[in-house]
Ligand binder design. Structure first.
Ligand code: AMP
Ligand code: ZN
Length: 124
């Protein structure tokens, strides 16, 4: 089994370890397919990470093996939490950093949810 094909059992992946409960995290929302946690180093008043339970290094790897509805779940969970917190009223940002130029530091696909201040554009 190659890395991109493996499921949520990557021993060394920090997000897989969080998903297995081996590393503590603040869980904000759970579904059968994903978990949303608070980012340890928030870059905005609200900064959460949507983690698919299935390990994939990035969006390309995730999409390659995605079952119907898997991507929908990530956005549906994100939007539900954003609406619950009322951030849809003033706005928010969803970001997927990918690869070296994209600023990705953890090799397990995740969506950043950012809100609570004017986020500015373009990003750094
Ligand atoms: P990226 O740089 O796009 O790969 O995002 C990785 C994110 O994971 C960063 O925003 C980190 O602050 C966050 N992060 C790293 N370790 C943890 C952790 N143990 N719990 C919560 N967030 C984390
Ligand atoms: Zn992982």
């Amino acid at each position: 089994m190659t890395q991109t094909q493996s499921t949520s059992n990557e021993p060394s992946c920090i997000f897989c370890r969080i998903l297995r409960g081996e590393i503590p995290s603040t869980i904000l929302r759970k579904s059968e397919r994903s978990v949303i946690i608070a980012d340890l180093s928030p870059q905005a008043p609200f900064h959460a990470l949507v983690l698919p339970r299935r390990h994939a290094a990035d969006l390309g790897a995730f999409m390659k093996d995605a079952a119907p509805g898997e991507i929908d779940d990530l956005f549906a969970q994100a939007l539900t939490l954003i609406e619950e917190r009322g951030f849809d009223r003033k706005g928010y940002r969803i970001v997927i950093n990918t690869g070296e130029d994209g600023g990705q530091t953890v090799g397990h696909l995740h969506l950043h949810l950012l809100a609570g201040r004017n986020l500015g554009w373009p990003p750094g």
